[in-house]
Design a protein around this ligand. Structure first.
Ligand code: UDP
Length: 325
């Protein structure tokens, strides 16, 4: 099989590319390297079954050719990270909305299957536990640009489902819940690589707000396995799937756990949201997925223990320290 992975040099995209290649498939990667890195593909770069192309899904003229050659398109190219979204609000909306629009248009020409990478952000402020795929998205006001990310990904989902309903384009939507693992950078705000790098460097571990907000973290290997399985299951077409675990941890507990696992003496400090992000920043309190749909239809659910994933992240960071702000 030949797959196209947009955003294939990114965090999840590079893990997906490696797994597909390890299974013996051919992979084409298109990535504009805005947040992706060539080195993320370092382990597979010489493979004769890998083609890399550094260009933007928004304008690259070869996108159609790559989609035409592929049997399946994994669309992971997107603007990610709360910090990046606040710093580059126009690029976030354009990349997420116009980029997905272009990928779907190209796919519709040959009725190619498209797997859309979405996010638990689409539930917005809905902190009901657990969240099911048909629960409401609750977004804040348009003056708070944080919500543009949630809305842009929600539009991606609407658009993909519209292509399925109106034109029979086979689409599958994966809603990832706080995916973590080696190669994720803390530069754009993600909490786990930031805490790990802070702990390893002996710098203060920065908990935003009161630290009682919680998240459910997913190992990237589990996210990739679920994505590949869903992309191959006929009953997954036209469906949306939560991808995560029901395991919840507060950010306070996470900070303490990272400090323990790294053997660090870093102090844990509290940073008000207005200092960390911007005045009036709204942070979802809880985000726990119900994964019964993924289990029932696709037959796989994430299962790697959080401590196991954190150990992998720590090992990666030790070997390859890179700065986080
Ligand atoms: N967070 C934190 N310290 C940091 C970075 C993030 O306490 O240095 C918090 C953040 O406010 C949120 C949680 O960690 O409550 C998860 O943040 P992340 O940006 O990783 O994911 P998301 O907010 O998209 O779930």
């Amino acid at each position: 099989m030949k797959a196209l992975v947009t955003g294939g040099a990114g965090f999840i995209g590079s893990h997906l590319t490696e797994t597909l290649l390890a299974e013996g498939h051919e992979v084409m990667v298109i990535d504009d390297l805005s947040t992706g890195r060539v080195e993320n593909l370092g382990a597979v770069v010489g493979s004769p079954r890998l083609l890399t192309h550094w260009g933007s899904i928004l304008e690259d003229e070869r996108l159609q050719e790559f989609v035409d050659e592929a049997q399946v398109v994994y669309h992971l190219a997107a603007a990610v990270g709360v910090r990046l979204i606040l710093e580059k609000p126009v690029e976030t909306i354009e990349t997420n909305v116009l980029g997905t629009d272009r990928v779907l248009r190209c796919a519709a020409k040959g009725q190619k299957k498209v797997v859309i990478a979405s996010t638990s952000e689409v539930y917005g402020k809905n902190d009901q536990v657990p969240l099911r795929e048909d629960d409401d998205g609750v977004f804040g006001p348009t003056v708070k640009s944080r919500w543009s990310y949630a809305c842009s990904k929600a539009i991606d989902e609407f658009l993909a489902l519209a292509y399925w309903k109106a034109h029979g384009l086979p689409v599958v939507i994966m809603r990832y819940f706080n995916t973590i693992g080696p190669r994720q950078t803390g530069q754009y705000g993600m909490v786990v690589p930031r805490f790990v790098q802070q702990a390893l460097a002996g710098r203060p571990i920065t908990v935003y707000g009161d630290g009682n907000q919680s998240r459910s973290f997913t190992d990237v290997a589990d996210a990739v396995a679920a994505t590949i399985a869903a992309s191959r299951h006929p009953k997954a077409v036209g469906e949306v799937f939560n991808v995560g675990t029901g395991r919840e941890i507060t950010i306070n507990e996470l900070a303490a756990l990272v400090r323990d696992l790294t053997g660090s003496r870093s102090e844990i400090v509290y940073v008000p949201y207005e200092q960390a992000y911007e005045g009036g920043f709204e942070d979802p309190r809880r985000r726990v997925p119900d994964v019964s749909k993924l289990r029932a239809i696709v037959g796989v659910v994430p299962q790697v223990e959080l401590v196991t994933t954190l150990r992998k992240v720590i090992e990666f960071s030790r070997a390859k320290p890179h700065p986080s702000r």
